[in-house]
Design a protein around this ligand. Structure first.
Ligand code: HEC
Length: 701
C-alpha cells in the first residue's frame, strides 16, 4: 500500500466524476425523448455518427470537428465564420473543465454532435458535453507501465482519438488499439498491434474507408516500424505495411520491401529497425490512398546496429492503397536535407492547389528539418520545396542575423493549418539560433509562419518567446488560433499576422485548438496543460514558464460575448522539503551526474536539470526529483535498483534488459552516487527556496 499525500485527492476527484456519470448521464440518455432541433445535438442520432458521407458533406460547413485535422485532408481549417477578425475581441470564456491529467493535454479533441472526445494522461479517454463542459463518461484502459521504459513513456502522451460509426478509438502506450462505444464508453474490442516491450502508441488513430489506421513510435528504440489498418467493426488487422524490410532469410512481405532491402548496407542491417510512423497519417478518399510519413532508421533494439544507404522506407512519405495496403509510391524527403538536423516527417496535408493554372492534388509536409515540401498526391513526384528558414530578414529572428549564430528552422509533430481562402499554410516552428546543434531547443524561439505553398515564400511570421508551442487552427473568419508554452492563447489576422485577441490561460499549451458550432454558436476549444514527449526528455524551460508548467490541465471553450469569469489558476509553488544531511564528497556528486547521464534519468524526469514538473507529482506524472520527501530517500535503492515503483512506470535499473533495454545493469555504487547527486540538487533548490520572499509568487527555477 503506498501512501501519497496527493493521491487521495486525485482519486476522490476521479471517483466523484465517475459517480456523476453513472448517476446522471445514463438515466438521461434512456428517458429523454428525442429532441430534434436544427443546428443542435440530434439525440435521435447515434452517438459518434461519423462516416465518409458525413465527413464529405460537412467539408464546406464545418459544424463539427469529425476527424483529426477536421477533414480527410487534415487541413486544420474550418469554414466557420461567426467569429471573425472584426469581432474576435468579443471572444470570452463559455466554460472550462479541469481534467485529471497529470501530464497535461497535448492532444486534439474530436467533436461530434455536441460531444467532445479527448484522451488524457495514461490514455484515459474523456467524453464531454460540448454545451455545458460536463463529463459524460471516462474510460481507463489501465495501461501496463511495468514492461519497459517505453510503455511508461508512451502512455503519458496520447495525441488524440478517432471516432467512426458509433465508436471511439484510442491507441495505448502498451500497444493496444481499443474501440469504445461512443455513447457509453464501454470497450467493444481491443487488438494488440505492436510489441509493448519495444514500443507504444502515442499518435492519434486515423479513420476512413471502414478502417482505423495506427502507427507507433520506435525509430529511437530500434523497433521495426509499420502502419496497421484494422477493421472498424471487428478490430481484426486488415493489413500491415512494414515501413522497413525485415530478415531476408524469412522472405519479404511484398515486392516493394524486396526492393527497399537493396538500399540498406551494414552488418545485420535488417536488425536496425526504425521507419516509425507514429503520427502523420492521412486517408485520402479521392485517390483511395493512405499517405503517411516515417522517421529515420533505427540502431537495433540493443543499439549496436550501424547501417548506411538510403534505407528505404525510412524518412519517407509513403502512399499505400487503403483497401489492400499495397505499396503505391514513396518520396524520401531526407534526400533534400542538406543539414544535420533529423529528417523525421510530420503532419501531412492533402489538398488541391492551382499551380501555373493547373489544379494539382497535392500532399504538403514540413519535416523536422524545416522545409516546406509539396508532392503530387497521386504519383508522389516532387512539385516544389523550400527551407522555411529561407525568408526575408524582417521575418527572421534578429539573433540569427547578428553573426553570433546560425539560424535553423525546425518543426515537430504539432499540426500546421492550410487555409484555402488565403492560400496560406500556417506553420508552427522553432528557430534554433544557437551556435551548436547539440541541443535542438536551447537558444531557440518559437515562430508561427504564414507560408504560400505555391510561390514557396513567407507572407508573415510572428515570434514567440518559447521554442515549443501548440498546434494551429485557421478559420474562414480570417483568423489563425494558436496557444503557446507561455500560456498565451491568441488569434491572429490570417492575412497580416497581427495579433487581434489573446488570453493568458496560466497553463502551458501544447494542445491543438479546434472549432465547431452548437445551438447557432461557434465555439473555439483549446486543451491546455504542459504535456507531450518533449516534456519528458527535454528541458521544460523550452515549452513552459515556471508558472505555466504548474498550470492545470483544462479544456477551455470560447464563444462570442461569453462572459464566464476566467478561473485564473492559483500559482502555488510547493516548498522544497528539507533534504537529508549531505555526506557525499564532491567527486561522488560528480560521479552521480555521470551515472544520471548514463541511465538517462532525464529521459523522463524532464531534461538534464531534472526540473520537469517543478513539484512532487505522482499518479501519472513524473516527479521533480529535487522535491524528494524523506521516505523516498529512505527507499531510494529499492526504487531505483530494485524497481519497487515499476508498476507506476518508474523502471528498476538493477535488473537489466527486460526493464531497461539500454544495456548495463546499475550497480549499488552507481545508485549511491546518483543519490548523492540528487541530494545535492535538492539542497541547492532548498537553499534557493529559503531565500524566496513570498512563497506564492516565484519559484526556485
Ligand atoms: C520511463 C521513464 C522514467 C525514467 C527513465 C526514470 N524514471 Fe524515475 N519515475 C518515473 C515515474 C513515472 C515516476 C513516478 C512513479 C509513481 O507514480 O509513483 C518516477 C518516480 C521516481 C522516484 C520516486 C519514486 C516514487 O514513485 O515515489 C525516484 C526516486 C526516481 N523516479 C528516480 C529515478 C532515477 C534516479 C532515474 C534514473 C536512473 C529515473 N528515475 C528514471 C519515470 C522514470
Amino acid at each position: 500500500m503506498r501512501i501519497r499525500k496527493n493521491s487521495l485527492s486525485v482519486m476522490t476527484c476521479f471517483r466523484v466524476s465517475l459517480t456523476f456519470v453513472l448517476l446522471s448521464a445514463l438515466p438521461v440518455a434512456r428517458s429523454a425523448p428525442p429532441v430534434v432541433q436544427r443546428d443542435s445535438p440530434d439525440l435521435s442520432r447515434q452517438a459518434g455518427n461519423v462516416d465518409t458521407r458525413r465527413v464529405l458533406a460537412e467539408d464546406a460547413i464545418g459544424q463539427n470537428w469529425l476527424l483529426n485535422g477536421r477533414d480527410f485532408g487534415s487541413s486544420h481549417f474550418s469554414p466557420l465564420r461567426q467569429i471573425t477578425d472584426k469581432n474576435v475581441h468579443e471572444l470570452g470564456l463559455a466554460w472550462s473543465l479541469d481534467i485529471d491529467s497529470p501530464m497535461g493535454l497535448a492532444s486534439e479533441p474530436i467533436v461530434v454532435d455536441g460531444t467532445i472526445y479527448i484522451p488524457a494522461t495514461l490514455d484515459v479517454v474523456y467524453a464531454i458535453d460540448a454545451v455545458s463542459g460536463r463529463i459524460k463518461w471516462t474510460y481507463d484502459p489501465h495501461v501496463r507501465l511495468d514492461e519497459t521504459i517505453w510503455g511508461s513513456y508512451a502512455a503519458r502522451i496520447p495525441r488524440g482519438v478517432a471516432v467512426w460509426n458509433g465508436k471511439v478509438f484510442i491507441g495505448t502506450g502498451d500497444c493496444r488499439v481499443i474501440a469504445l462505444d461512443a455513447a457509453s464508453g464501454h470497450s467493444i474490442w481491443q487488438t494488440q498491434i505492436c510489441d509493448s516491450v519495444q514500443t507504444g502508441i502515442t499518435g492519434a488513430p486515423r479513420v476512413g474507408g471502414g478502417k482505423v489506421y495506427v502507427g507507433y513510435f520506435g525509430s529511437d528504440t530500434g523497433t521495426r516500424g509499420s502502419l496497421v489498418a484494422l477493421d472498424v467493426n471487428t478490430g481484426t488487422i486488415a493489413w500491415r505495411f512494414w515501413n522497413v524490410p525485415g530478415n531476408p532469410a524469412k522472405g519479404f512481405e511484398n515486392p516493394a520491401l524486396a526492393l527497399a532491402a537493396k538500399t540498406w548496407e551494414g552488418k545485420d542491417w535488417w536488425q536496425a529497425g526504425g521507419g516509425a510512423s507514429w503520427d502523420p497519417i492521412v486517408y485520402d478518399p479521392k485517390t483511395g490512398l493512405v499517405i503517411y510519413g516515417t522517421a529515420g532508421p533505427g540502431n537495433g533494439l540493443r543499439y549496436g546496429v550501424n547501417t548506411e544507404g538510403d534505407r528505404l522506407f525510412s524518412n519517407c512519405v509513403i502512399a499505400v492503397r487503403a483497401s489492400t495496403g499495397d505499396y503505391v509510391w514513396h518520396y524520401q524527403t531526407s534526400k533534400l536535407n542538406p543539414k544535420p538536423l533529423s529528417p523525421e516527417n510530420f503532419h501531412i496535408i492533402v489538398t488541391d492547389l492551382k499551380i501555373r493554372g493547373i489544379k494539382r492534388h497535392v500532399a504538403m509536409t514540413v519535416p523536422r528539418w524545416g522545409a516546406f515540401i509539396v508532392l503530387d498526391a497521386t504519383s508522389g513526384r516532387l512539385i516544389s520545396w523550400r527551407s522555411l528558414a529561407d525568408r526575408p530578414s524582417e521575418l527572421r529572428s534578429p539573433q540569427a542575423d547578428d553573426g553570433r549564430a546560425r539560424s535553423e528552422t525546425g518543426k515537430n509533430w504539432w499540426p500546421m493549418s492550410y487555409d484555402p481562402e488565403t492560400g496560406l499554410a500556417y506553420v508552427p516552428v522553432f528557430d534554433h539560433i544557437a551556435a551548436s546543434t547539440h541541443d535542438l531547443f536551447s537558444e531557440a524561439v518559437g515562430k508561427l509562419i504564414a507560408w504560400d505553398p505555391i510561390s514557396q515564400s513567407a507572407r508573415w511570421a510572428v515570434t514567440q518567446p518559447l521554442a515549443i508551442n501548440g498546434g494551429v487552427l485557421s478559420t474562414a473568419g480570417k483568423l489563425v488560433f494558436q496557444g503557446e508554452g507561455s500560456g498565451q492563447f491568441s488569434a491572429y489576422s490570417a492575412e497580416t499576422g497581427q495579433r487581434l485577441w489573446n488570453i493568458d490561460t496560466g497553463s502551458a499549451i501544447q494542445g491543438v485548438p479546434v472549432t465547431f458550432t452548437l445551438q447557432h454558436r461557434q465555439f473555439v476549444l483549446v486543451p491546455v496543460g504542459l504535456g507531450g514527449g518533449v516534456r519528458l526528455f527535454g528541458q521544460t524551460s523550452v515549452m513552459a514558464t515556471p508558472r505555466t508548467k504548474r498550470g492545470p490541465s483544462r479544456l477551455l471553450a470560447f464563444a462570442l460575448n461569453a462572459k464566464v469569469p476566467f478561473p485564473v489558476p492559483p500559482d502555488v509553488v510547493p516548498a522544497v522539503p528539507k533534504p537529508p544531511v549531505e555526506t557525499a564528497s564532491q567527486s561522488q556528486i560528480e560521479r552521480g551526474r555521470e551515472v544520471l547521464d548514463k541511465y538517462m534519468c532525464w529521459g523522463c524526469h524532464g531534461g538534464q536539470t531534472l526540473d520537469g514538473a517543478g513539484g512532487w507529482v505522482l499518479n501519472g506524472a513524473v516527479p521533480d526529483l529535487r522535491y524528494m520527501p524523506q521516505d523516498v530517500h529512505d527507499q531510494f535503492m529499492g526504487i531505483v535498483l530494485g524497481g519497487s515503483r515499476r508498476k507506476y512506470g518508474m523502471p528498476g535499473f538493477g535488473d537489466g534488459y527486460t526493464n531497461w533495454p539500454m544495456g548495463d545493469q546499475m550497480s549499488a555504487e552507481e545508485a549511491e552516487a546518483l543519490h548523492a547527486y540528487i541530494v545535492h540538487q535538492e539542497w541547492t533548490a532548498y537553499r534557493q527556496d529559503q531565500q524566496r520572499p513570498a512563497r506564492s509568487t516565484s519559484s526556485p527555477n
